[in-house]
Design a binder for this molecule. Sequence first.
Ligand code: NAD
Length: 488
Amino acid sequence: TPVEPCDFTVFGGTGDLALRKLLPALYLRDRDGQLPDGFRIVGVSRAEADDEGYRVMVEAALVEHVPSDELDATVVRRLLGRLHHVTLDVEDVADWHRLHERLKDGAASDDVIRVFYLAVAPALFGPICDHLDQFGLATERSRVVLEKPVGTDLATARAVNEAVGRVFDESHIFRIDHYLGKESVQNLLVTRFANTFLEPLWNSHWVDHVQITVSESLGVGERGSYYDRSGALRDMVQNHLLQLLCLVAMEPPTYVDRETVRDEKLKVLQALRPMTPDLVDRDTVAGQYAAGLCDGAAAPSYADEVGHTSDTETFVAIKTEVQNWRWAGVPFYLRTGKRMSERLSEIVVVFKEPPHPMFPHSEGTSEANRLHIRVQPDEGMRLHMTAKEPGPGGIRLRPVSLDLSYATAFGQRSPDAYERLLMDVVRGNTTLFMRRDEVEAAWTWVAPILERWSEPTHRPRRYPAGTHGPFAANTLLERDGRSWQETG
Ligand code: NAD
């Protein structure tokens, strides 16, 4: 179904995020007929480009970032026709009349929906919103999208939220976490709540523990200077991993809408066992990659990539618990890192062993049931169980799996997370975006870890590139008699 006409303004319109993710996503929505006549895209940046120059730049980006079998010359031309560029330094008030004129001129209607997508440094979020207000650009039908990071700690997150909240109502603020737009992540809610067989088992009676892994095989690359000030805890755990944890652990909302889902996620964040300095020392591991072999090639150390020695962590493992009736006593192990052995985002729910061993004298092996929810790559689900190996002899047990691969089951490509999320913004649906209280609750929970790790004696443990992270991350589970699930 096409969305309403809209003026979709991207601050940072010539940046990496816009060219690599946002414009390809808008192209694919246009290709599928979701962008109506009167849907304009206005790139705002400091680049000295006119509309034509911007179209050339975006066309090259589409050719580079959209799979060639998805490219259609007619749709490319149509999308390019929607594009405009406004050269503007957002901090220079004298430039802003250009955007004002562009948005007033040729809009589909006086009350057209306006989206302001802030794909720029978070320090600019406040000034941009102030100027949108000052120039009368933020209307009743406007929405603002905030890219991560929303702050670098609780205080800065609050400051950003205050500044944006002075101009936009919370219902018009879209804090994006693209993990929530992934098909498999949304399917986790459907699997849990549109079926009956899992929910009775989804608690401390039957679940032994939960693992959430988001590993990348790439290093920091071009993002070194940003990353060195951030680190894996801020860049990945505070947002993506905690959001995944919320979706696994939340209670069923009465119905699915923007507030009820987010209310339930907030309750999970508030129920996380608070970290103390002792718990940080015992239940968290920080690591940083050293040189090694990754994806079959020699990979430099983190220090070599950023050009200096550094105590920034590129790996985090954490053991935590959701302290409520459903989950009391069930460990949640979180792990994320760069330059690990593979690119993998996966949630694994490990169930308890059967209460009574019925086949003590059988041959073969049995394992505890596990549900793997694969977020990327190859979105899907796999349920590991034990079966009898066929044969006339005695009973021989063998681990087998039930597989749901999205690509095979539905025979169509899974849309990129941004495709779904950008259309939700235009429709005004905030369900899959983080509410202010969620973001601040997440920062509140990570604050003691940040504080403890900022002490001068704290050093991340080195791990060779291309491995599963520092050895201490294994110990975190082994001391509980468990181990990381390395393959789906
Ligand atoms: P980038 O450096 O590639 O591009 C920055 C863009 O902002 C450019 O278009 C530049 O002209 C514009 N810009 C910078 N200062 C400006 C100013 N004063 N006035 C007007 N325009 C200005 O950055 P990027 O990688 O696209 O990232 C943008 C933001 O999104 C950052 O905050 C980043 O942390 C966040 N982010 C990026 C990614 C990614 O994959 N690149 C992912 C998640 C979040």
